[in-house]
Design a binder for this molecule. Sequence first.
Ligand code: SF4
Ligand code: SF4
Length: 220
Amino acid sequence: MDKQDYIDSIYNNIIGPDDTFEFGCKQCGNCCRTRADPIMLTGYDLFNIAKATNLTLIEAMVKYTECISGADSRLPVVILTERLDGSCKLLRKGKCMIQQDKPLVCRLYPLGRLFDGKQYSYFTQDACKGEGQKIKLKDWLNEFNILDYDEASILWGKLVYGAALYMQKLLKENSEKVEAFQKSCLYAFYCSHDLDLSIEENLKRSISYLQEKYEGFKIE
Ligand code: SF4
Ligand code: SF4
């Protein structure tokens, strides 16, 4: 599927709070062993993994993740690493070690979501349907505490969206600041968080950090 087809498929499959989708997890764990796409982490996913595993952020990063550069955005993206057999390193004896704190992508699966600079939309995608029961989107979000993360989600979305716009500007200007900005984003997105503060406070600090360091970096 090319990029435009992929974008079209997202917009064609957006669902509202009262819409239903078909799914019924059989808890076979296959999606934790053979997921086709890497599991991308938000900053608060890494924060939750560190807390749930009693590690520091850096220890959790080294043990469970790797960092890649977004193909289009050129921003740092931290993903979960896999074992050689393709299974997630957080899968032990067929169960997620951090079930209550698992990353948003895992809690949301089989749905995906999209941030437009102001709010999130949720969409169905080509993924496991399990036993295929009808589920309402709003019930699904409640069941997996996705609304608990709303303020953090919005702050995260704004932070990354603002950084993506700023990076596009630097790339267009062929600026020498690209590499420095990538490093600053890695720090602000993932590495700077204080585990004793709330994730919302941390994300506000990350936004201020980039605003103070880079003139013209804006958050709407
Ligand atoms: S989502 Fe699908 S693959 Fe994953 S555990 Fe449930 S039934 Fe198995
Ligand atoms: S973090 Fe947990 S739910 Fe997500 S892929 Fe790994 S084992 Fe599965």
